[in-house]
Design a binder for this molecule. Structure first.
Ligand code: HEM
Ligand code: HEM
Length: 227
């Protein structure tokens, strides 16, 4: 009897991050890392830099669309909340027993938006960039050298914003793991999150074919643009 009662209070594993969002995340991590490595290597590696950067752009287009039509927790409307909710959450940041969020928490949601925008700016300016040697982005000819130089400057400066945001992001995930004893990493791998009580209304899923179609359209759009 006692065991049964304890079981009733045990958290259930409920679906949070769908396969498309998880694939998006881990592909993004790999491609951004390779984009940095190839940019720093320079020379012949720049062609791979452009491939990786273009693939990041396709991922970002996919994520922007999936944020509107995807599964509940992946939608922007589920995690981009107003300043009052952000403020309330910030006040409880160091409370170990503060309420849990199925999707990104209010601060995390805006940091995700900042990362997506910074990466979008990086990939977007990269298309028009040049390195004064042999490499030009695929849309260089649209803007000419003077404007390309300015966009390259943005590309070079914005790399620091991406490093800072990614470092803050990883620090926040570790803060949750170590201080708040909340493991956010496993759900980003398995898609399942421990949850007490009934699943919230946003726990709904969208079919994989819709994600595949959205990914194909995003990749196709980038191919047409840079191909
Ligand atoms: C280049 C480095 C990284 C970038 C640019 C990045 C970017 C992102 C983005 C954009 C999201 C939002 C996912 C979505 O809703 O689509 C996210 C979530 C997440 N990332 Fe990363 N990430 C990076 C590295 C990492 C690493 C190394 C880890 C593991 C330690 C990690 C763990 C997570 C987790 C656990 C979440 C979900 C957070 C939550 O539950 O609110 N990320 N990341
Ligand atoms: C989000 C994806 C991207 C990231 C993280 C990224 C990162 C970087 C970084 C860190 C540098 C500077 C290397 C240095 O310090 O010297 C750089 C340079 C460059 N990137 Fe990207 N980039 C991305 C996307 C792209 C894209 C899509 C293109 C073009 C298709 C591109 C074209 C270039 C060019 C031509 C340079 C050379 C600029 C110069 O050295 O003056 N990048 N990128």
């Amino acid at each position: 009897m006692e065991t049964q009662n304890r079981r009733a209070e045990d958290p259930n594993l409920i679906p949070v991050w769908d396969l498309p969002t998880r694939l998006f995340h881990w592909l993004l991590v790999v491609l951004v890392a390779v984009a940095f490595a190839t940019a720093k290597a320079g020379g012949n590696a720049m062609i791979y830099h452009e491939w990786c950067g273009s693939a990041v752009l396709a991922l970002l287009l996919f994520r922007a669309a999936w944020g509107l039509i995807g599964s509940g927790p992946s939608r922007f409307a589920s995690f981009l909340v107003g300043p009052a909710a952000v403020g309330r959450y910030a006040m409880t940041l160091f409370h170990r027993d503060a309420g849990r969020h199925l999707s990104h928490n209010p601060l995390g949601g805006w940091s995700v938006a900042a990362m997506l925008l910074a990466l979008f700016l990086q990939a977007g300016t990269g298309l028009f960039a040049n390195d004064d040697i042999a490499t030009t982005g695929p849309l260089y000819a649209w803007v000419g050298k003077p404007l390309s130089d300015r966009l390259t400057m943005v590309h070079l400066i914005n790399q620091n914003a991406i490093v800072a945001l990614a470092a803050l992001h990883i620090a926040a995930v570790l803060f949750h793991l170590v201080y708040k004893r909340e493991n956010l990493i496993t759900p980003m791998i398995t898609g399942l999150k421990a949850w007490r009580g009934d699943a919230p209304a946003i726990a709904f899923r969208k079919p994989l074919w819709l994600a595949a179609l959205t990914a194909a359209v995003s990749a196709g759009a980038v191919y047409v643009l840079v191909g």
